[in-house]
Design a protein around this ligand. Structure first.
Ligand code: BEZ
Length: 255
C-alpha cells in the first residue's frame, strides 16, 4: 500500500516499481485482515488501497469494498484487478455514514494530518462502525531515517522538511482517536523486522524519494551509496540480504 495524501515532494507512485520492490507489503497484511474479520456483505472502505491487493482480498472474503488512494497510477492498477477504486485525498474524505468499517494497511504514515483523516473516517462510518488499521508506528524505519539524514548532512544538505512520514506512539494516536470520537478497542506497537526482496536500494528507490528530492542524479547516487554503507552494519547480513527495521502500529476502534 502506499498513500492517500497529496504526495510529499519527490514521492511519485509507480505501480510497476511498487509490484517489483514492495509486493511483500500486502503479503504481510493477514494479521490486520484477521483483526478486521470482514463479514460477507459488509460495506468496507480501504483507505490508501495502493494497487488494490488487499482490496481484492477483502472482496474475495465477500465484503463490498471501495478502495481509495491519492495516486492515479495505483488506482488504475487496483481497477485492473477488478476492484472498485477512486482517487481521493484521505484528508478530505467525501463519505457520509456509508461504511460498516474503514480499513487501512501501510498507508496512514503518509498522511500528515491524522486529525483531519480520522474526522473523515468517523464521518464515513455508520453508527457503531469500526476502524481497523496497521501502519508505521513510533520507531519505524528509525535506522533507515537516521542513515539517510546523516548521509545528507555529511554533504552539507539539511534534512529539514525531507522526512515525509508520521509514526506516532500508541498514546498519541489513541488520544487523537478519542478526541475525534472513537472508542479504542486495542492499540499496540509491534516490532516487525521485514526482509526486503529487492534489498535496501529497492526500498529507498520506492519509498524514500522525498529525502532526495531536487538533488542532482550523481549526488542522489552518492547519498544512497553512503546510506547503504551506514546501514550495512545493522540491516544486512553481509550476503546481500536486507531487512527493514519496521515497527507496526496496529489499532482497532469503533464509534
Ligand atoms: C512502512 O510500511 O512502514 C513504510 C513504508 C514506506 C515508507 C515508510 C514506512
Amino acid at each position: 500500500m502506499n498513500n492517500s495524501t497529496p504526495h510529499p515532494p519527490g514521492q511519485e507512485w509507480n505501480a510497476g516499481h511498487y509490484a517489483h520492490n514492495a509486493d511483500f507489503v500486502p503479503k504481510m497484511g493477514s494479521d490486520v485482515i484477521k483483526l478486521l474479520s470482514p463479514q460477507p456483505g459488509q460495506r468496507i472502505l480501504d483507505l490508501g488501497c495502493g494497487d488494490g491487493a488487499l482490496t481484492e482480498r477483502l472482496q474475495e472474503l465477500g465484503a463490498d469494498v471501495l478502495g481509495v488512494d491519492s495516486s492515479e497510477d495505483m488506482v488504475a492498477a487496483a481497477r485492473a484487478r477488478g476492484v472498485t477504486a477512486r482517487v481521493v485525498d484521505a484528508h478530505e474524505l467525501p463519505f457520509d455514514h456509508e461504511f460498516d468499517a474503514v480499513f487501512s494497511n501501510a498507508a496512514l504514515h503518509w498522511m500528515l494530518d491524522p486529525q483531519a483523516v480520522l474526522s473523515g473516517v468517523k464521518r464515513a462510518l455508520k453508527p457503531g462502525g469500526r476502524f481497523v488499521a496497521e501502519f508505521g508506528g513510533h520507531g519505524n524505519v528509525a535506522a533507515i531515517c537516521t542513515a539517510l539524514i546523516a548521509s545528507l548532512q555529511f554533504r552539507g544538505i539539511s534534512a529539514r522538511g525531507r522526512h515525509p512520514w508520521y509514526f506516532p506512539t500508541t498514546e498519541e494516536y489513541a488520544q487523537i482517536l478519542q478526541t475525534v470520537g472513537f472508542t479504542v478497542d486495542s492499540i499496540e506497537l509491534i516490532p516487525r523486522p521485514t526482509q526486503l526482496p529487492t534489498g535496501m536500494a529497492g526500498w529507498i528507490e520506492t519509498f524514500a524519494n522525498p529525502f532526495l528530492h531536487g538533488l542532482e542524479e550523481d549526488l542522489r547516487h552518492s547519498i544512497i551509496d553512503n546510506t547503504l554503507v551506514l546501514l550495512s552494519h545493522s540491516l544486512s547480513d553481509g550476503q546481500g540480504n536486507w531487512t527493514a527495521d519496521y515497527v507496526r502500529l496496529r489499532v482497532s476502534a469503533h464509534i
